[in-house]
Design a protein around this ligand. Structure first.
Ligand SMILES: NC(=O)c1ccc[n+]([C@@H]2O[C@H](COP(=O)([O-])OP(=O)(O)OC[C@H]3O[C@@H](n4cnc5c(N)ncnc54)[C@H](O)[C@@H]3O)[C@@H](O)[C@H]2O)c1
Length: 257
């Protein structure tokens, strides 16, 4: 028997670098998946690339910052599979790179809306399902930027700090009901998001930006999406049955410096 046989896991941002690899690892271990993303075509592509049939997975479009759409994906998950055992609350955007005085207010609002409100809404609608079941594991995707200052990233940084607090509140509110809530805090990970951040940070020298980001990590390299997925999968599993309110850095040692 595989670790996730009979388990139903919802993933947001499932078409992205980290979401997709996490979906793959969970599917390999027998999970049934509800894959949610803003980009429907991309998330449908994930389902077909992973070779998952409609018994095993469903791809849904939702903007995580829209309350009706969040309620709809949670209702759809329960309607299809009858329960939600795990929730990878992972969708997020990077915003732009600028010092505070130059940071566009509309970008700040957008990043807060997707990263903070989107994560909050996911919790708001998934938690009642899990409390009723008396069982569940939630993993929020925070960031190393939620645990230290990262100049030039006021929107992203503030949003990810908020997710650390939200994780702690949610963990305490749900622990008596058999629900665990943790966060992963990735460092620099090789996905579309870092490609965009490299461009935003040093527009004329993406390669130089990449080298500098990598060199700032004690391990001297970017992490891979699979290295984050491994930790998320552990936290979603019963192997982590006594783990709640923890923030797992996955950053090659960057935060501890
Ligand atoms: N890549 C990194 O270096 C890094 C580091 C720390 C934290 N993270 C976090 O990891 C998570 C996943 O990022 P990734 O690296 O896989 O990036 P990614 O850009 O590859 O994936 C993000 C996914 O989220 C989806 N998304 C964006 N806005 C959405 C919305 N409003 N509603 C629904 N879906 C939406 C996108 O379509 C995309 O598929 C994010 O929360 C990100 O902040 C990434």
């Amino acid at each position: 028997m595989s670790t996730f046989d009979g388990k139903v896991i919802v993933i947001t941002g499932a078409a992205g670098g980290i979401g997709k690899v996490t979906a793959q690892k969970l599917a390999e271990q027998g999970a049934k998946l509800v894959l949610v993303d803003l980009n429907l075509e991309a998330v449908q592509q994930v389902v077909s690339e992973l070779g998952l049939d409609s018994e095993c997975a469903v791809a849904l479009q939702a903007n995580v910052a829209n309350e009706e759409e969040v309620k709809a994906y949670v209702d759809a998950a329960v309607a299809k599979f009858g329960k939600i055992d795990g929730f990878f609350n992972n969708a997020g955007i990077e915003g732009t790179t600028a010092n505070i005085e130059d940071y566009p207010t509309e970008t700040f609002d957008l990043v807060m809306s997707v990263n903070v409100k989107g994560t909050f809404l996911g919790l708001k609608y998934v938690i009642p399902v899990m409390k009723k079941q008396g069982y569940g594991s939630i993993v929020n995707t925070a960031s190393g930027a939620g645990l230290m200052g990262t100049p030039g990233f006021v929107g992203y940084n503030s949003s990810k700090h908020a997710l650390i607090g939200m994780t702690r509140v949610a963990a305490q509110e749900t622990a008596p009901f058999g629900v665990r809530v943790n966060a992963v805090a990735p460092g620099v990970i090789n996905t579309r998001m870092m490609r965009q951040i490299e461009k935003n940070t040093v527009p004329g020298d993406v390669e130089g930006a990449q080298k500098a980001f990598g060199a700032a990590v004690p391990m001297g390299r970017y992490g891979e999406a699979a290295e984050v997925a491994n930790v998320a999968v552990f936290l979603l599993s019963d192997e982590a049955s006594y783990v709640s309110q923890s923030i797992y850095t996955v950053d090659g040692g960057q935060l501890g410096q």
